[in-house]
Design a binder for this molecule. Structure first.
Ligand code: NI
Length: 134
């Protein structure tokens, strides 16, 4: 098995807040990320496709195609947006790194024609990232 990865960046704002919890609980659980006006992150996303290299092309997936799919279905949708308000596919979730990674998977997976989507890694900061395997 071979793993092929494309990395990209986007910047976005969010606020972590669950309307089911009280204001106090929200502050306790989400701390600074509950700031009422939101705050921003520079995200890195790494998308990995697994498969066997095609004997004719020598490729699992053409990285140009993966780049284009990631750009169109993820980066163009999320970059310079407020994730709580501006993005249709983020409407129903609290925009934690976990949920953003899951939504990125949902956005991309139907479009991967060669190989299969293996993981979505989302770095919210240098030291914090989540790794979603579907
Ligand atoms: Ni945050």
């Amino acid at each position: 098995m071979m793993y092929v990865t494309r990395r990209a960046q986007f910047s976005a704002a969010h606020r972590l807040h669950n309307p089911k919890f009280s204001e106090e609980e929200n502050r306790r659980i989400y701390d600074k990320c509950n700031n009422p006006s939101g705050h921003g992150h520079n995200y890195d996303v790494e998308v990995t496709v697994a498969g066997k290299p095609d004997p004719e092309t020598g490729m699992v997936i053409d990285l140009k195609i993966l780049k284009r799919l990631l750009q169109k279905h993820v980066i163009d949708e999320l970059d310079h947006k407020h994730l709580n308000y501006d993005v249709e596919f983020m409407r129903d979730v609290i925009p934690t790194a976990e949920n953003i990674a899951m939504k990125i998977w949902e956005q991309l997976e139907p479009h991967i024609q060669n190989g299969t989507l293996y993981s979505v890694k989302l770095y919210e900061s240098q030291n914090n990232y989540v790794d979603y395997r579907g």
